[in-house]
Write a protein of this length. Structure first.
Length: 248
């Protein structure tokens, strides 16, 4: 690969204003892509992320979007396609994480997590598919979903989150079969990722349990996304755990 394997391409990262999404957007821009991000409540952070992308001499676009809404998603995809005149890479990153005892989990909590973590990627991918499949993508379009180690290993206090991410992992495989051969679809499933707001005690606990003796970083996740975005298109339908061996 060259230093900018995505030069001339454009990408969309949902929930790209902050945290892991921001790191993914930045990595794609560093690899040469023009990058659009969506946000729901983080308008100021989205503007800052867009400025970071532009500082890398790439075009940026921040679009308000609720991935739970078909109308909102359709409008956002249209805005990205209009601004960049193409869409090569979609990263379904927008998600919610919540803890709750399974025995007292409410229907509202269950639906709220699923409508963002499972329905959202379905809606965004469906609306983006026509653009990912068009002839400008000589090397084919790419979809990278952001799953979770929680979709592979059961966490008792996060049953609805784990179930939603497991659904996304299966959706990844179904998309890979349905959207081939024009579009490859893969999934990055992070373990414990250190963020500024992470609980220090929990972080230390997971680091001790991880064979690599540290927790993951935003950069670890971003580089895994970049592999699927710029690597062999023949790789499709894969769920890659980025967890330092925590799930072993």
């Amino acid at each position: 690969m060259t230093n900018q394997p995505l030069l001339g391409k454009s990408a969309l990262v949902t929930g790209g204003a902050r945290r892991v999404g921001r790191g993914i957007a930045r990595a794609l821009a560093q690899a040469g892509a023009d990058v659009a991000i969506t946000f729901r409540n983080s308008r100021a952070e989205a503007a800052e992320t867009a400025r970071e992308i532009e500082s890398l001499d790439r075009r940026a676009l921040a679009v308000e979007c609720d991935v739970r809404s078909e109308t909102s998603v359709r409008s956002a995809i249209a805005a990205v396609a209009s601004s960049f005149d193409r869409l090569d890479i979609l990263v379904n990153n927008a998600a919610v994480f919540e803890s709750a005892p399974l025995e007292s989990l409410t229907l509202g909590q269950w639906d709220r997590v699923f409508e963002t973590n499972a329905r959202g990627p379905f809606l965004v991918a469906r609306e983006a598919l026509a653009h990912l499949r068009v002839g400008k993508n000589e090397e084919g379009g790419r979809i990278v979903n952001i799953g979770s180690l929680g979709g592979m290993r059961a966490w008792a206090g996060h049953a609805h989150y784990c179930a939603s991410k497991a659904a996304l992992h299966m959706l990844t495989q179904a998309m890979a079969k349905a959207f081939a051969p024009e579009v490859s679809v893969n999934c990055v499933a992070p373990g414990w990722i250190e963020l500024e707001e992470s609980d220090a005690w929990q972080g230390a606990h997971f680091a001790l349990k991880t064979p690599m003796q540290r927790n993951g970083s935003v950069e670890d996740v971003a580089q895994a996304v970049l592999f699927f975005a710029a690597g062999p298109r023949f790789v499709t339908g894969q769920v890659l755990a980025v967890d330092g061996g925590l799930g072993l």
